[in-house]
Design a protein around this ligand. Structure first.
Ligand code: NAP
Length: 285
């Protein structure tokens, strides 16, 4: 039986990914910050997937100490991880700083997946060939500007979030060869737009000034209550990347919202840009 860990699976795309992955017969460990939301999610995943091998582990990914505590708890329960899905993500509407001094989106979207993956390496290696999936977002395959990684010069919710996802991609591509050498294959997955807690919390000021007049269109596209239909659709690329034989032994792939192989932007693949992210994260491993 495969063991799959998926972070931030108490709602949205992660919840639907967990349902789809539990249907494959895997043991699925979901993480979240809140016990009540977590227990509700586990009950629903078990019921919808017809599975009794779904568990909850609580953990906050906004600090290095929180990531380490989550990794330690997972290590105390598991002897292998076949697939780690770094799904949890944050799109904050105002600039906040984490307890480690990182801008909060950067802490959750860049530092956390990198550190969690490295802390769980022994469990991933125990299942090799193992997979790590990092969920990206913002404009698909867009350009990376590493000049303001902590959003100190300018913070606008959507573009700042998007740059943290580009930074995560750059760091993931930098780490992929090192992980591959240990039998761990990393893929960046783009789920596509979905109406979730993240997108429903956005307002006109979350957008750059030139897009604000078009907020009603944006709202129509991603804030409609659709009973989870768009989140279920967005979960399909994760479920594909976690299970397809096409990605066996493939390192550093990018899977788009239609579950097709694609390319990340050249500025993400640029070694100098990647080095800036490595430096910003402080070689956290
Ligand atoms: N929705 C979209 O249109 C869209 C588009 C492209 C990419 N994405 C990406 O897809 C992924 C899932 O997004 P979503 O829209 O499904 O988001 P969501 O509904 O807001 O769910 C986010 C999940 O992350 C968890 N989380 C947030 N901050 C956390 C923290 N500090 N520590 C631990 N867990 C935390 C939440 O758990 P709690 O229960 O603890 O809050 C929740 O389970 C994200 O990586 C996002 O960037 C989303």
């Amino acid at each position: 039986m495969k063991t799959i860990v998926i972070t931030g699976a108490t709602g949205g795309i992660g919840l639907h990914s967990a349902i789809g992955l539990a249907k494959t017969g895997a043991r699925v460990i979901v993480t979240g910050r809140n016990a009540e939301r977590g227990e509700t999610a586990v009950k629903r995943i078990r019921e919808e997937a017809g599975s009794d091998t779904v568990e909850l582990v609580l953990g906050d990914l906004s600090s290095v100490a929180g990531v380490d505590a989550l990794a330690d708890e997972l290590a105390s329960r598991l002897d292998r991880i076949d697939v780690l899905v770094n799904n949890a993500g944050l799109l904050a509407n105002e600039r906040r700083v984490s307890e480690d001094g990182f801008e909060m989106d950067f802490a959750v979207n860049v530092v956390a997946p990198h550190r969690l993956t490295h802390r769980l390496l022994p469990l991933l290696e125990a299942a090799k060939p193992a997979r790590v999936l990092n969920l990206t977002g913002g404009k698909a395959s867009g350009p990376f500007d590493p000049s303001d990684l902590q959003a100190e010069k300018s913070f606008v919710a959507l573009p700042s979030y998007t740059q943290t996802k580009r930074a995560m991609e750059a760091l993931a591509m930098h780490s992929a060869p090192e992980l591959e050498a240990k039998g761990v294959y990393l893929t960046v997955v783009y789920p596509g737009r979905a109406s979730t807690a993240m997108t429903q919390a956005m307002g006109p000021m979350s957008l750059p000034w030139y897009m604000r007049p078009a907020f009603p269109v944006f709202s129509f596209l991603v804030q409609r209550k659709d009973g989870g239909a768009s989140a279920e659709k967005a979960s399909r690329s994760t479920i594909y990347a976690a299970t397809t034989p096409d990605l066996e032994g493939v390192s550093g792939a990018y899977i788009d919202t239609a579950s097709q192989r694609g390319s990340l932007h050249p500025t993400v693949l640029d070694a100098a840009n990647q080095a800036l992210v490595v430096e910003a994260v402080g070689q956290v491993e």
